[in-house]
Design a binder for this molecule. Structure first.
Ligand SMILES: Cc1ncc(COP(=O)(O)O)c(C=O)c1O
Length: 385
């Protein structure tokens, strides 16, 4: 066969996800305690599953409107207004997506021109930099400081701004560090965005999973709303990862450009999943509270246990991750994660997959039952001893 013409250079330049490699290794082994997966260990609340079953029985197998069910958009916008005081019109400033993943892709594709730079404070969620690159942009990593609990430091971030900078992309609460940004740091980020004419792309998928008071959305900061995209979803808060529903809220001109891409490429998020998400919002708040209380118990036990082993980390304020330093062991993140898996069968994710500054750390997810976490701590203690 004659040689094929080369595939996309942009896609070929992006390495495969380092998280997957560890899943694959762990999956082939018996007796592994996995702290690797970024996924709730609870089932989707029953009321949501039942609503989807009912919807299927009654023919909710069609497309919905491209924007998503109006009732779901209204529920999302009412919730954001009630909980955080941020207001979006359900008609044209809110779009239901196939998860935050699609929302992120739409945002970047609607916003970027080739060569535009997007500042990506890290360590951060593995998809941010690749999605910027896929959209033709250039991700510009800026290392956050663990000694400052990975706060978004406007001075560090401001120092990376150039003529080409279009946006800053971040998540709060954060995967992988669990840091939740304060209202004052978000206000400083908003001031930076105003002074340099930047967009704030704010991934708030863990908004309900906070342990020190309620979440602060970036768009609530003074001057931020007009230049902020709020990405939210159901995967984590409602234990609905496989349903593929999320939403994106943004000022109307940008929201409409995202809608344009979505209407050609996705058409709509799955109909029965939208019905389930709506039911979850209406009836599953008690389930969410119970899950959050459980995560909080696990968070405290696990962070304390790691601390006692000399694997220190800033106290995580949200999500379900801790990101301890493993520097005291003298190993790199990859050595630590591979050794721990081989010798003690505990799967964690090496910190450098979340950006170069993550080296010297590992990500542990505590979306795992308490007895397993206790056992994992014993195994980690044995490993580092
Ligand atoms: C920070 C963050 N954003 C987005 C996603 C993907 O979310 P979704 O399932 O809504 O596509 C994840 C999943 O791990 C995540 O941790």
């Amino acid at each position: 066969m004659p040689p094929l013409k080369p595939f996309s250079e942009i896609v070929r330049a992006v390495p495969p996800s380092g998280i997957r490699k560890f899943f694959d290794l762990a999956q082939g082994m018996q007796g592994v305690i996995s702290l690797g997966v970024g996924e709730p260990d609870f089932p989707t609340p029953w009321s949501a599953r039942e609503a989807a079953i009912h919807a299927l029985e009654h023919g909710a197998t069609t497309y919905t409107s491209n924007s998503g069910l109006l009732a779901l958009r209204e529920a999302v916008c009412t919730d954001l207004a009630d909980r955080y005081g941020v207001r979006y019109r359900a008609e044209d400033e809110c779009l239901i997506t196939s998860g935050v993943s699609e929302g992120l892709d739409l945002t970047l594709r609607a916003l970027l021109n080739p060569g535009d730079e997007v500042i990506v404070p890290e360590p951060c969620y593995v998809a941010y930099a690749p999605c910027v690159a896929f959209a033709g942009g250039t991700p510009v990593p800026v290392a956050l400081d663990p000694a400052e609990a990975y706060r978004l430091d406007p001075v560090r971030i401001g120092a990376a701004v150039t003529e080409r900078t279009k946006a800053v992309l971040f998540g709060s609460p954060s995967n992988p560090t669990g840091s939740a940004q304060s209202a004052s740091d978000l206000a400083a980020m908003a001031a930076l965005a105003v002074s340099h004419d930047l967009w704030l792309l704010s991934d708030e998928i863990y908004d309900r999973l906070t342990y020190h008071g309620t979440h602060t959305p970036a768009s609530a900061a003074p001057g931020a709303w007009e230049r902020t995209v709020l990405l939210g979803g159901f995967s984590k808060s409602y234990a609905m990862t496989g349903w593929r529903v999320g939403y994106v809220c943004a000022p109307e001109p940008l929201a409409q450009l995202m809608h344009r891409i979505h209407q050609y490429t996705m058409l709509c998020a799955p109909h029965m999943s939208q019905v389930a998400a709506l039911e979850a919002m209406r009836t599953a708040q008690d389930d969410v509270e119970e899950m959050v209380a459980d995560y909080d118990r696990r968070r405290r036990l696990f962070a304390k246990g790691l601390d006692e082993l000399g694997l220190t980390c800033p106290e995580p304020g949200g999500a379900f991750y801790v990101f301890p330093s493993i520097r005291s062991t003298g190993m790199t993140s990859q050595e630590f994660a591979e050794g721990l898996l081989e010798q003690e069968k505990v799967a964690v994710v090496p910190g450098d997959v979340f950006g170069p500054s993550g080296d010297g750390h590992v990500r542990c997810s505590y979306a795992t039952a308490l007895p397993q976490l206790e056992q994992a701590l014993e195994r980690i203690a044995r490993f580092i001893a």
